[in-house]
Ligand binder design. Structure first.
Ligand SMILES: Cc1cc2nc3c(=O)[nH]c(=O)nc-3n(C[C@H](O)[C@H](O)[C@H](O)COP(=O)(O)OP(=O)(O)OC[C@H]3O[C@@H](n4cnc5c(N)ncnc54)[C@H](O)[C@@H]3O)c2cc1C
Length: 470
């Protein structure tokens, strides 16, 4: 690393090493560019360090613990099943280390000759940035820059993070299983973490402002999750607005209102998951380069992920669209290819969305309501898990696969699944939409028996009015 004030020239400067930034850096390097990737924290970003991967590790552990307790129906009982939560956390941390460390992203960056600087990046002007940490500083002149600085949890004024008020980051790293937990915000992060702790035995209360949890998904999908949560003794309070809290050394009391009526609930901890804010304010120095901004601190981009300054690109949680890791990585490849002169553009025809709740929810493309609103005459194919042999043999009879097709052309427009393995089943349907498949194409594709995947074929047959198994 050069120390001093002379600028070092680089083809591409990538700021932030989350699933947006590190993928962009690798892709740009593979396309022949010299790349400097700057990360102020740990490579992998939110996704690998304090988001997708650690949350799924805890979800898996909680699921196994619950299954060990609740399998008497299929003839299996276990006694003395215990959770050693510090071991669970150590296992989770080991996964993060494996993915982000020398054998993980570190090795990928090295293999692709991406130079990594562990520190912060600060724009000096439209062509130069300073990178620095406690020990060194350098100035870089770049031909292109990709900003991928991600997002952080939104803090509510009345619930400042710290102590017993947790963001998702602290909730993923608790040392002990809390006896009780209040979750403010019933979106996917709140539901995933709330349900995880409920499975470990925590008494959970979810306060959700709208009329159902997971408000981004249709009620017909979310009601199965709500029923499972209630079954685990989780209190779900909808149309609830958290107002204030009182802390003691050992607990927190939250005051909230439901339709104007004031209520209180007390727990060991409060987890606030009311959304995320893009990291476009503060130390990045965006004000020095005068980028055109959109709503809520998001950076405006065109179909190539170019900002209003054409040689500066922006991707991931700092641009519009769902804040999801796979969207960030997709945009990363488009930005890097565009910088390399390839004719890549973003096409958000179908971005899958998955909630790793129990049962899982997954969707891709248009919902029935969206398809109708877009002027389609829809053909709906719905097939229940209870009619699928593999689902029954997994003791997972709850849920359904729903396909939304266009009645005139037969094209698949969208799909929603609630049930076991919905997260994996949705992949076939994303591919089908991208490939322009019709319901008939799916119905005529031989699906292995006995698998959950057969439900996709069966749902297509229902949509075509030719069901066999219902
Ligand atoms: C609990 C939780 C669960 C989640 N689960 C899922 C899931 O199951 N599936 C899914 O798709 N998404 C999930 N997400 C969302 C996902 O993590 C984000 O959408 C994704 O990480 C965004 O990627 P990104 O590259 O845009 O930014 P980030 O992952 O936020 O990475 C940005 C990086 O930039 C660095 N940075 C910021 N400013 C600077 C600077 N000035 N200089 C240098 N470095 C800087 C940060 O340190 C950070 O490492 C989850 C999020 C949370 C919180």
């Amino acid at each position: 690393m050069v120390v001093g004030d002379a600028s070092v020239e680089i083809d591409v400067l990538v700021i932030g090493a989350g699933p947006g930034g590190y993928v962009a850096a690798i892709k740009a390097a593979q396309l022949g560019k010299s790349v400097l990737l700057v990360e102020k924290d740990t490579v992998g970003g939110v996704c690998l360090n304090r988001g997708c991967i650690p949350s799924k590790a805890l979800i898996s552990a909680a699921h196994q613990y619950e299954a060990a307790h609740e399998s008497s129906e299929i003839g299996i009982t276990a006694e003395g099943v215990k959770v050693d939560f510090s071991k669970v956390q150590a296992w989770k941390d080991g996964i993060i280390e494996q993915m982000t460390g020398k054998r993980g992203i570190g090795a990928l960056l090295k293999k692709n000759k991406v130079q990594l600087f562990n520190g912060e990046a600060l724009f000096i002007n439209e062509h130069e940035a300073r990178v620095f940490n406690d020990n060194e500083t350098a100035r870089y002149k770049f031909n292109h820059c990709i900003i991928a600085t991600g997002s952080r949890p939104i803090e509510l004024k009345a619930f400042p993070f710290g102590g017993r008020i947790l963001s998702s980051t602290e909730a993923l790293s608790l040392k002990e299983i809390p006896q009780s937990l209040i979750v403010i915000g019933g979106g996917y992060i709140g539901v995933e973490l709330g349900q995880t702790y409920a499975k470990f035995g925590t008494k959970v209360t979810i306060l959700e402002g709208s009329d159902h949890i997971l408000p981004g998904f249709e009620k017909e999908l979310t009601k199965l999750v709500a029923a499972r949560l209630k079954n685990k003794n989780v209190d779900i309070v909808t149309e609830a607005l958290a107002q204030s809290c009182e802390k003691t050394d050992s607990n927190v009391t939250v005051t909230y209102t439901v339709k104007g009526e004031e209520k209180k609930v007390t727990a060991d901890y409060v987890l606030v998951t009311v959304g995320r804010r893009p990291n476009t304010d503060g130390e990045l120095g965006l004000d020095l380069i005068n980028l055109e901004m959109g709503e809520r601190g998001l950076i405006k981009i065109n179909e190539k992920c170019q900002t209003s300054i054409p040689h500066i690109y922006a991707i991931g949680d700092i641009v519009a669209g769902p804040a999801l890791a796979h969207k960030a990585s997709y945009e990363a490849k488009v930005a890097a290819e565009s910088i390399a002169g390839l004719p890549s553009v973003i096409d958000y025809k179908c971005i899958p969305a998955v909630v790793f709740s129990d049962p899982e929810i997954a969707s891709v493309g248009l919902s029935e309501t969206e398809a109708k609103a877009a002027g389609h005459t829809v053909a709906i194919g719905k097939f229940p898990y209870v009619a699928n042999g593999r689902a029954l043999s997994m003791n997972s009879p709850e849920g359904f696969v729903k396909l939304v097709g266009d009645k005139e052309t037969g094209l698949l427009l969208g799909a929603q699944i609630v049930g076991s393995e919905a997260s994996n089943l949705i992949a076939e349907l994303g591919l089908a939409i991208e490939m322009g498949a019709t319901l008939e194409d799916i119905a005529l594709t031989i699906h292995a028996h006995p698998t959950l995947g057969e439900m996709v074929m069966e749902a297509s047959e229902v949509g075509l009015g030719q069901p066999i198994h219902i």
